[in-house]
Design a protein around this ligand. Structure first.
Ligand SMILES: Nc1ncnc2c1ncn2[C@@H]1O[C@H](COP(=O)(O)OP(=O)(O)OP(=O)(O)O)[C@@H](O)[C@H]1O
Ligand SMILES: [Mg+2]
Length: 228
């Protein structure tokens, strides 16, 4: 069963938010999801203790670099999807998680500084793939993008990724209050639907499109792997 890791050496780019958004959409579509929280601050473990966590989503904290491979293997055998949220650093845990992944998602906020850090993450994925002699698919995910106006900075960076043939998911995650509210109120985007958060409709549409883009990417990666 597929393993998806969220990686960036830069903190605060939206890894944990993107992980939980995807978990919410996958569980809403009927899949079981194992969240492995490999950030020493354990933000998803904290989230899991709030009310509203769907039964289909289980959360496991993992602070030990020697345990991460076991946890991922257990998740992959027990849940339909395993999502690994990592800390914003380059550690052994991050490398082990990348090595176990079918897809690595690299969130990037759309500034030049973020793009440089995304490039570092891509390098790490490529080195890990070489080291393990496997294909590891990856894609950049533009995250926390203001919904009203795409900045020239972000457009420039998207072009640079395109020129360098770096895969970018075709859907970006916009900056939405609802995506912050999940961590305050508990539950997923689906369960906070009626709690008076602004512009839920746009937030739900964006989350749905994002999850569909991830699934499409995963399918493509599997087809390439099977053909190899
Ligand atoms: N799409 C979004 N819309 C609104 N707020 C967001 C969005 N993505 C992230 N945030 C907010 O930005 C902050 C950082 O996000 P998040 O914790 O997801 O990043 P991270 O990459 O996991 O950070 P770290 O490296 O510290 O683990 C949080 O306060 C979060 O609520
Ligand atoms: Mg995080």
């Amino acid at each position: 069963m597929p393993v998806i890791s969220f990686v960036s050496p830069k903190g605060g780019v939206g890894k944990t938010t993107a992980t939980l958004l995807l978990a919410g959409e996958l569980s809403d579509a009927g899949g079981t999801v194992r969240l492995i929280d490999a950030d020493p601050n354990l933000p998803l473990v904290d989230w899991g203790q709030l009310p509203g966590r769907p039964d289909a989503i289980t959360v496991v904290g993992c602070r030990d670099e020697n345990a991460i491979i076991d946890e991922i293997e257990r998740g992959a055998s027990e849940a339909r999807f395993t999502l690994v949220d990592l800390e914003g650093a380059a550690t052994a845990t991050v490398t082990f998680a990348i090595a176990q992944s079918d897809l690595v998602i690299i969130p990037c906020k759309g500034s030049h500084l973020d793009a440089t850090q995304a490039a570092r993450a891509i390098k790490l994925v490529k080195q890990t793939a070489r080291g393990t002699r496997t294909e590891i698919d990856y894609a950049v995910l533009f995250s926390q993008i203001p919904p009203a106006l795409r900045s020239n900075n972000q457009k420039d960076i998207a072009e640079q990724f395109n020129d360098a043939e770096i895969p970018v998911l075709p859907v970006m995650i916009y900056n939405r209050e609802a995506y912050r509210a999940m961590f305050a109120a508990g539950g997923t985007l689906r369960t906070i639907n009626d709690k008076g958060v602004g512009n839920m409709k746009a937030a739900l549409e964006n989350a749905e499109a994002y999850a569909a883009a991830v699934i499409a990417r995963l399918r493509k990666a599997r087809t390439v792997k099977e053909a190899a």
